[in-house]
Design a protein around this ligand. Structure first.
Ligand SMILES: Cc1ncc(COP(=O)(O)O)c(C=O)c1O
Length: 424
């Protein structure tokens, strides 16, 4: 399946800004790399030079398993008295939507003549997808990952290693995604000549937010035609969880022009929406709802920051949503009111994790579970036909789920006593 090509980016201004957000706030040393990437993105992705898009979609289909199904969730539809359809990105190779972008960027790096790949990862899903794409396309690959995330996402660290990637632990700060991105940017600044940085979300300096959205747009382009084929109409609402925002932007892109389709970005409400300015801690990752404007990782966007502009520590039970920033295009769409920014807390996400597992036989990633937590809470206000993107599967989260379920009173969880202390 090949998407129509178009020679300019319809969403971004020429300088890569989205209203007041976006841009290229990077050290001088990175500008040549960004200019080279901008040129390659325009030629190969937007103008389909050398039939790049045919190769991208052929590999996404054959290696990745696209198209992914759009499935009616029978039990949830009955429970909410609403037609609920699931866009099953958890069935994409690697177990999350991340491969759409990773494969696109590693392939683009090949077309650009680069011979080394670097990437950051939070939950390990982007790192795993990049390691898989790099192995598939025969490119050496180094993944930077915070130590906290290494400890809570160990199966993914192992997956990266057996796919031949080198995993570099990042020990600065809290050892999560923010520090991993900073470290990867540092590597890139020193190695731009031969290295491509595969950023894992719609964040970072232009052209990354546009390019990653374009690679992820396959989700909504498929979902939009699948939902019409199955139901004869467009949905009333599309729900997707948001960390940096690649799942949301990919799930929303094809629906942006459909004014009657409401778009909901569900962030991590963590343990509380209040912040401790003195300690520099926000016990959530609800950047769109609670953040302020600032610059992080090369772009002006919304951030969790204190009044001096220092980035705060974020928190979420799900590593992939645990990030103090958000993509600039998503921030602009939320400001405009085209996307509704919302969030659910850790408890609601865990409940939703157990509900989807028990009722539908689908074990979702903890990131994904946030979207289902919102569905449960807002069931009466979302209309008669709702599409929810299942951004990933939850195998990577099983240890965390045991630990976090034991700590709380999660009413719908099965008896976990047999697994006290973990899976081994
Ligand atoms: C399954 C899954 N969903 C969502 C996310 C959040 O990232 P993004 O907002 O870029 O989609 C992640 C990040 O690791 C993830 O693994």
């Amino acid at each position: 399946m090949t998407d129509a090509t178009h020679s300019d980016d319809e969403n971004a201004a020429d300088d890569g800004s989205f209203g007041r957000y976006g841009g290229q706030y990077v050290p001088e040393a990175l500008m040549p790399a960004l200019e080279e990437l901008e040129d390659a993105y325009r030629r190969y992705v937007l103008e389909n030079e050398d039939d790049f898009l045919e190769e991208f979609h052929r590999r996404l289909d054959d290696f990745g398993g696209r198209p992914t199904p759009l499935q009616r969730a029978d039990r949830l539809s009955g429970r909410y008295d609403t037609e609920v359809y699931l866009k099953r990105e958890d069935l994409l190779h690697g177990g999350a939507h991340k491969l759409n972008n990773a494969l696109g960027q590693v392939l683009l790096a090949k077309y650009m003549g680069k011979d080394r790949i670097i990437a950051e990862t939070g939950a390990g899903q982007h790192g795993t997808a990049t390691a898989m794409a790099a192995a598939h396309l025969d490119m050496p690959c180094t993944i930077y990952m915070g130590e906290t995330d290494i400890n809570r996402q160990r199966p993914n660290v192992f997956r990266m290693k057996i796919n031949g990637a080198e995993v570099q632990p990042v020990t600065t700060g809290r050892g999560t995604l923010k520090e991993a991105i900073s470290e990867t940017m540092r590597d890139w600044a020193a190695t731009v000549e031969d290295t491509h940085y595969v950023i894992g979300s719609v964040v970072g300096p232009h052209p990354f937010p546009s390019m990653v959205r374009e690679f992820q747009a396959v989700i909504s382009r498929e979902a939009r035609s699948q939902v019409q084929e199955k139901t004869g109409r467009l949905p009333d609402a599309v729900l997707a969880c948001a960390g940096g925002g690649s799942n949301t932007m990919g799930s929303f892109e094809a629906f942006l022009g459909d004014e009657d389709v409401d778009l909901y970005a569900v962030e991590a409400g963590g343990s509380s929406l209040s912040v401790d300015e003195e300690a520099g801690v926000a016990p959530n990752s609800a950047t769109l709802s609670t953040g302020g404007e600032g610059v992080l990782h090369g772009a002006r966007t919304k951030l969790l920051q204190d009044r001096h502009g220092q980035i705060m520590e974020s928190h979420s039970v799900s590593a992939g949503l645990d990030y103090a920033g958000v993509g600039p295009e998503l921030a602009a769409l939320a400001d405009e009111g085209r996307v509704t920014a919302t969030n659910v807390d850790d408890d609601a996400a865990l409940e939703a994790f157990h509900r989807l597992s028990t009722d539908e036989g689908i074990i979702p990633a903890l990131e994904t579970a946030h979207a289902f937590g919102y569905l449960e809470q807002q069931r009466d206000d979302l209309g008669d036909l709702v599409v929810v993107t299942v951004s990933g599967r939850g195998d990577k989260d099983l240890e965390t789920v045991i630990e976090e379920t034991e700590k709380r009173d999660i009413g719908n969880a099965p008896d976990m006593s047999l697994f006290s202390g973990g899976l081994r």
